[in-house]
Design a protein around this ligand. Structure first.
Ligand code: 5GP
Length: 352
């Protein structure tokens, strides 16, 4: 509607290059943008081509971008699909099923293009990400801290980063206590390592959508409940949560307003250089045999990161490359400081 012109902001969820667009009436008039860019909509008079500027760009001239409706239609016609097979369990303890985002063996072997693969029903290929209407949000001082979701491939160092943050300020950061149906071990206490519940109750809770994620390991269920996130936030702490990227969508609500950080591996050369003597360690415990990284692990990490980025990149608020752990940690700290003090572009539905 014309009343909105110049007042509407959108986040681009895909890359756009007018020079490569056969449909655009005039390539020179097009506006190129990258996934994640914030655009100010200047006109929606035309159903196919909107006029937009990069947010904060002083240049008063707007450029053409495909309208949401038009782009959705184009995407629907040539939807890139990726085949990803989640491994439920693995003999390597460290992978668990918590971070089991792996490539199918076929994919690894043939090294074929990610875009030629078949559809996998586990992943939400239904939504066609084009643009998301956004507005600026600043955490009110009287409001609870927020949920920070960390995603990344197995072995990228996500858990080390999480642990470093936690111990740096236990008053400020908190993590969820998972539920499990396995018997409590003698040194464990209920509500500390886990919340121990019966299989029957777990199944009921699953039915009632109480879990953000859950899985099965050695005939027991494990899962993270939505309430466990709430109880960390209720303590006025930043809740650090690491989940598989397909669960992020469900957490993006007004209540949680998650800030999503993707921890990305560096180049394979850097992985070889920096992780030579390192080991893959488990997300929950180091009791299981931590094994040295193999060349296969590195390749899988890179591929898995590529898939995550291509499928879920539009949900990431920030990307941090974990080349050197200290540098990545400092970047993470800076991001957290900004979260407290600066404004962020969030979906408009979170602003009401
Ligand atoms: P343990 O029984 O030795 O404490 O844990 C066994 C496995 O359960 C670990 O490898 C861990 O990764 C997994 N696990 C622990 N908590 C959760 C959780 O909240 N969700 C999921 N999906 N897996 C978990």
């Amino acid at each position: 509607t014309p009343a909105k012109e110049g007042k509407m902001f959108i986040k681009a969820l895909f890359d756009y290059e007018p020079n490569e667009d056969k449909a655009i009436p005039c390539k020179e008039a097009g506006l190129s943008f990258r996934k994640g860019d914030i655009l100010q909509i200047m006109s929606q008079d035309d159903a196919t081509w909107w006029q937009a500027k990069h947010e904060g760009d002083a240049n008063p001239r707007a450029g053409l971008i495909p309208s949401k409706q038009f782009q959705e239609r184009r995407f629907a016609l040539r939807r890139p699909e990726v085949q990803v097979q989640p491994l439920k369990t693995s003999n390597r303890k460290s992978s668990g099923f918590r971070r089991s985002f792996r490539l199918s063996r076929k994919d690894r072997k043939t090294n074929k293009s990610m875009y030629e693969c078949k559809k996998s029903d586990q992943y939400d290929t239904a939504d066609v990400p084009t643009y998301e209407e956004v507005g600026k949000y600043r955490r009110p001082t009287n409001e609870k801290y927020r949920l920070v979701v960390l995603v990344g491939p197995v072995g990228v160092g996500l858990n080390e980063l999480k642990r470093k943050l936690l111990i740096s300020d236990t008053q400020h950061y908190g993590v969820t206590v998972p539920h499990t149906t396995r018997p409590r071990r003698s040194q464990e206490s209920d509500g500390v390592e886990y919340i121990f519940i019966s299989k029957h109750l777990f199944e009921t809770d699953v039915q009632n959508n109480k879990f953000i994620e859950y899985g099965e390991y050695k005939n027991n269920y494990y899962g993270t409940s939505i309430d466990s996130v709430r109880s960390v936030l209720a303590k006025n702490k930043v809740c650090l949560l690491d989940v598989q990227p397909h669960t992020v969508k469900h957490l993006r609500t007004l209540e949680f307003k998650p800030f999503v950080i993707f921890i990305k591996p560096p180049s394979i050369e850097r992985l070889r250089d920096t992780r030579k003597n390192a080991k893959i360690i488990s997300s929950k415990d180091e009791k299981g045999a931590a094994k040295p990284f193999t060349e296969d692990d590195f390749q899988e990490m890179i591929k898995s990161a590529q898939i995550m980025e291509s499928q879920y990149g539009h949900l990431f608020d920030q990307v941090i490359v974990n080349d050197d752990l200290t540098t990545a940690y400092n970047e993470l700290r800076t991001a957290f400081d900004k979260l407290e003090t600066e404004t962020f572009w969030v979906p408009v539905s979170w602003l009401h």
